[in-house]
Design a protein around this ligand. Sequence first.
Ligand code: ATP
Length: 231
Amino acid sequence: MVLETGDFRVSYGRITALKGVDIKVAENEAVAVIGANGAGKSSLMNGLAGIVEAQGGVLYKGADLSRLPSHQRVKRGLVLCPEGRRIFPELNVEENLRLGAYRRGAVKTGLVKVYDMFPRLAERRTQAAGYLSGGEQQMLAIGRALMAEPELLMLDEPSLGLAPVLVDQVFETLRNLRAAGIPILLVEQNAVKALAFADRAYILENGRVVMSGKGAELLADERVKQAYLGI
Ligand code: ATP
């Protein structure tokens, strides 16, 4: 297993956002966590990345990371592409990418790889990131995460706010990354796309996993269709 959580919990004061979540990601697997607004998806991602405080186990490649600060998790290859992209708008594209390799990764080879994957970013390498389109900014956020050479890439709603054609591009990119052997843990509100993409998925409701299974099976499940897919 690449990742295994045990009774994983996140609270903000008296609000409990995650109430004991057990999920797994195996080698070469793409796993999605879907759920409505406020289900706890970002809390899961941020807790795993060590950005918010969490309780419970985080077993990553057999080692317990639950007490490590976020930068130590990045150093081990557990890398988050955060919700809302969080790029630095006043820095140029290449400067943003270089920051991705700050804790881990080789700048030179990373840039070659990322520019190869996203030629658009290569064309715009000296342009301020704030001037990129939404889709390009998302590519930049993914590219920056790749600069850290993830051994588990976690993505928080990478399709958020993008036009349908760009959403398709994001999922195409994720397919390529999975084909390249990078395990992926994705949280998404876009349940149809996420389930179609993922090998396995978990459905999160009010901080708990209420269903899990193969992506294709959940996509075909009548209860899932009614509650989450709007079809
Ligand atoms: P969204 O799709 O809106 O990002 P989500 O599934 O990612 O939703 P979370 O952001 O993890 O859900 O939020 C889970 C619950 O925790 C919600 O009830 C939310 O209001 C609450 N919450 C999240 N962040 C905080 C915070 N910093 N302080 C207090 N409550 C929070």
